[in-house]
Design a protein around this ligand. Structure first.
Ligand code: AMP
Length: 439
């Protein structure tokens, strides 16, 4: 299967050639024809699968076919959970559409509002945006969404996790009823199912076994270690194995800061991103990391969701994530787009139950390696803990029973609350002026 087999026009093929993409990925093979066909779509795919191109390419092709010179008004809205993802997805539209006469614009909280307004005045065909900031511009009459043909919700599970359901519902009121809705999510939780019922009409379901692919490319290892020795083991592994591009996931912001400090003290160039860091600090950390100026990027789960950082050598889970499915998001930072990767989890005795949940989601135990001097004396599940773990059949996110697990396994969330304070960042709430904003 090639991109031309997917009936993409020459100007898009030229852009893909420039990106050096040779073959379409599984999600692209499924999603591109489905979008061309029309109708609502519920797609299960995580970052790293090529999902952005899977929805961007057919949308660009469709819009360019009907485009009239000089007529730039919103025809596609792409909702994303974080500003970083907004910038990244917008950049993809710009690159894939480099030889088309379409304009993409990006909006996000924390960005200069006036500058965004001025750019919107020039007109845009595609708008990639966080929910709150879009509502703010609608409220100020900067946008008329009455001709929108495509609504994409990218990383819909994260949008809901971050508490933006209300904003999404408000945005829907400004969109025409007749439109194609494309909802993309790595996992399918109950709130997401409810949202898809609210938004999608008889959706085509596409589920790509991305975990199966990732699992074969990402080597996963668990190191048992006492909690107080984790930071030491982390810097030892990075240093002794000479890893040069490392991402470390930590559940809590304060702990992320502590881990980053420890690594710096060991002489490793390290930066940290989480919800308490300003937009500027986060962008700087990310750029420095991409440019190789720093060796280790410590991040909380939400801060790192959806970020496309190519060539990540190794991903560490300093602890087991808050939400079991986040393990998949974490290891998805490595082994991207067909490359191999390494995912290392540091596990303390108290985290054994949580590790079992991850293993159940994956459908197999993870290999453990023990390092002398770091292995805890007692390692095992405390008495009684196992009893609370209900034996569950593993299902695909969309309810299909599977022999083996996939990314979309139904695993009970241990806790689902707004994590990482990002609500504060993107909470540029402005749904107050509903409807009024319509031109
Ligand atoms: P995404 O899942 O959209 O975040 O994409 C993950 C990475 O895969 C990005 O760096 C893309 O540039 C890259 N990518 C997307 N499609 C392809 C493809 N067909 N071949 C190679 N790389 C790709």
């Amino acid at each position: 299967m090639t991109f031309s087999d997917l009936h993409l026009k020459p100007s898009l093929l030229k852009a893909l050639e420039k990106k050096a993409y040779t073959d379409p990925t599984p999600i692209q093979i499924e999603l591109i024809p489905a979008i061309f066909k029309g109708g609502d779509i519920l797609a299960g795919a995580q970052t790293g699968t090529g999902k952005t191109a899977a929805f961007a390419l057919p949308i660009l092709q469709d819009l360019s076919g009907k485009h009239q010179e000089g007529q730039h008004y919103p025809k596609a809205i792409v909702l994303v959970p974080t500003r970083e993802l907004a910038k990244q997805v917008h950049q993809s539209f710009v690159e894939y559409g480099a030889f088309l006469p379409l304009r993409s614009e990006v909006l996000y909280g924390g960005g200069n509002f006036k500058a965004q307004e001025n750019r919107l005045k020039k007109g845009a065909d595609i708008i990639v945006t966080t929910t709150g900031r879009l509502l703010e511009h609608i409220g100020k009459h900067h946008l008329d969404l009455s001709a929108v043909k495509f609504l994409v919700m990218d990383e819909a599970d994260t949008i809901l996790d971050m508490g933006f359901l209300k904003e999404v519902s408000q945005i829907l009121q400004y969109l025409p009823e007749k439109r194609q809705n494309i909802l993309i999510s790595a996992t399918l939780s109950t709130p997401l199912k409810n949202l898809s019922r609210q938004i999608l009409h008889k959706p085509k379901r596409i589920e790509v076994d991305s975990m199966g692919t990732a699992a074969s490319l990402v080597k996963q290892i668990v190191y048992p270690v006492e909690t107080e020795k984790k930071a030491e083991l982390l810097s030892y592994l990075i240093g002794s194995r000479n890893y040069t591009m490392v991402m470390v996931f930590v559940r809590k912001k304060a702990e992320a800061d502590m881990v980053a400090e420890e690594l710096k003290l060991s002489g490793l160039k390290t930066a940290v991103i989480h919800g308490d860091k300003s937009s500027g600090e986060r962008s700087r950390a990310l750029n420095d990391f991409k440019e190789g100026k720093i060796r280790v990027l410590v991040a909380t789960d939400i801060a790192a969701r959806g970020l496309d950082i190519p060539d990540m050598e190794v991903v560490f889970s300093y602890d087991i994530p808050h939400v079991t499915q986040d393990y998949i998001h974490r290891i998805g930072r490595t082994g991207r787009a067909g490359k191999s990767g390494l995912a290392i989890t540091l596990i303390s005795p108290g985290e054994m139950v949580a590790l079992r949940e991850v293993e159940r989601m994956l459908g197999r135990p993870l290999p453990q390696e023990k390092l002398e001097g770091y292995t805890p004396k007692v390692m095992g599940i405390q008495k009684g803990a196992r009893k609370s773990e209900k034996k569950k059949s593993i299902e695909g996110a969309f309810g299909n029973k599977k022999k083996k697990s996939t990314t979309f396994s139904k695993t009970k969330k241990r806790k689902t609350t707004k994590r990482d304070g990002f609500k504060v960042y993107d909470a540029d709430k402005s749904g107050k002026d509903k409807k009024k904003g319509r031109k």
